[in-house]
Design a protein around this ligand. Structure first.
Ligand code: NAX
Length: 328
């Protein structure tokens, strides 16, 4: 067994947490030879429920689970963490305006960014799942000046996985045969799932599909609105699939994307593909040992360009709103 890795999860008593913690503890992220120390953050009223979840973790007797600590103070919970999965966020409730939502989450992600800056391990990686994920990541990284901005990412892997699954169903192909899927932009209804660079068994996916109307009127909206469809069917938002995507994203970030493939991750834009620098924007990236690099030189046609710009414009609006609130 190697040295234990300290993994923080926020919002640990929530729905996603209820799936995520058990997968982390059972070795799904780091494999059977790496013990995991879980550091779980919740708001004070949810600590009792979290104690119950910890009892269940104990009862699983996972050989890879080294220890669990819980708390409501990010400075204690994040102390020395190597990986922080920021899942907890304030959901939009009735009567809440968009500005109120950004402000409520701003308070959470400024405090957590500052705490990570001060107490996390030198090699920390931070993945943001809690919505609005891209802008929450922007707020957190802006409040952590001593942590390189490349250590922050926001989750678009669930959208990426949804896109693969929809494409596999339409073409009758195996998920394992699909590569080079890309989600561009925001984890929101403006995201752009791109089939023009994806491949099925080495063939261009858009050519295999050969139906622009299906791509525009069915594929893109189905992927972009899948979260709402899950709520409609299940009566609750995506949880196990979101936890699974959170694991996929962190695992590939730390251990590397598969040879010949890439993954979608929302990362701080360096201006690639004409996207304003500094936005947390989802790109196709390859990863290696905890670093990522944006896949360069993909040919972008007019259709893709307009979709990529539209989702960037929404992120610019969100950035302007949180800038006006003094959060970044
Ligand atoms: P839940 O409401 O079930 O759980 C959220 C938990 O976060 C609660 O237990 C709450 O007490 C806790 N929390 C709130 N403020 C906190 C703080 N300051 N510190 C620590 N914990 C805090 O939501 P759940 O279904 O688990 O979803 C969590 C977040 O993921 C939501 O923001 C949701 O919108 C987002 N999602 C993001 C997805 C993505 O692909 N990026 C997909 C799934 C999900 O919608």
């Amino acid at each position: 067994m190697t040295h234990p890795v300290k993994v923080a999860v926020t919002g640990a008593a929530g729905q996603i947490g209820y799936s995520l913690l058990f997968r982390l503890a059972s070795g799904d992220l780091l494999g059977p030879d790496t013990p995991v120390q879980l550091r779980l953050l919740e708001i004070t009223p949810a600590l009792k429920a979290l104690e119950g979840v910890v009892m269940e973790l104990d009862d699983c007797a996972f050989p890879t689970l080294h220890s669990v600590e819980i708390g409501d103070d990010p400075r204690e919970v994040f102390d020395g963490v190597n990986l922080a999965l920021l899942v907890g966020a304030r959901p939009r409730t009735k009567g809440m305006e968009r500005g109120d939502l950004l402000e409520a989450n701003g308070a959470i992600f400024t405090a957590q960014g500052k705490a990570l800056n001060d107490v996390a391990a030198d090699d920390v990686r931070i993945g943001v799942t809690g919505n609005p994920a891209n802008t929450n990541a922007l707020i957190a990284l802006s409040n952590a000046p001593d942590i390189p901005a490349e250590r922050f990412s926001a989750l678009t892997r669930l959208d990426h996985n949804r896109a693969i699954s929809q494409l596999a169903a339409r073409t009758g192909s195996a998920v394992a045969d699909i590569r080079r899927m890309t989600i561009w932009g925001n984890h929101s209804a403006t995201q752009y799932p791109d089939l023009f660079h994806a491949e099925i068994g080495g063939r261009n996916a858009a050519e295999v599909v050969d139906d622009q109307a299906w791509i525009e009127d069915t594929f893109i909206p189905t992927v972009a609105k899948r979260g709402a469809a899950i709520i409609e069917a299940r009566g609750a938002s995506s949880a196990a699939s979101a936890a699974s995507a959170t694991i996929d994203a962190a695992r590939d970030w730390l251990q590397g994307s598969p040879e010949g493939d890439w993954v979608s991750m929302a990362v701080r834009s360096d201006g690639s593909y004409g996207i304003p620098e500094g936005l947390v924007y989802s790109y196709p990236v390859t990863t290696h040992d905890g670093d990522w690099s944006i896949v360069q030189d993909l040919e972008i046609d007019d259709f893709s360009r307009s979709r990529m710009d539209a989702t960037a414009a929404e992120l610019v609006e969100e950035r302007d709103a949180v800038t006006a609130l003094g959060l970044v």
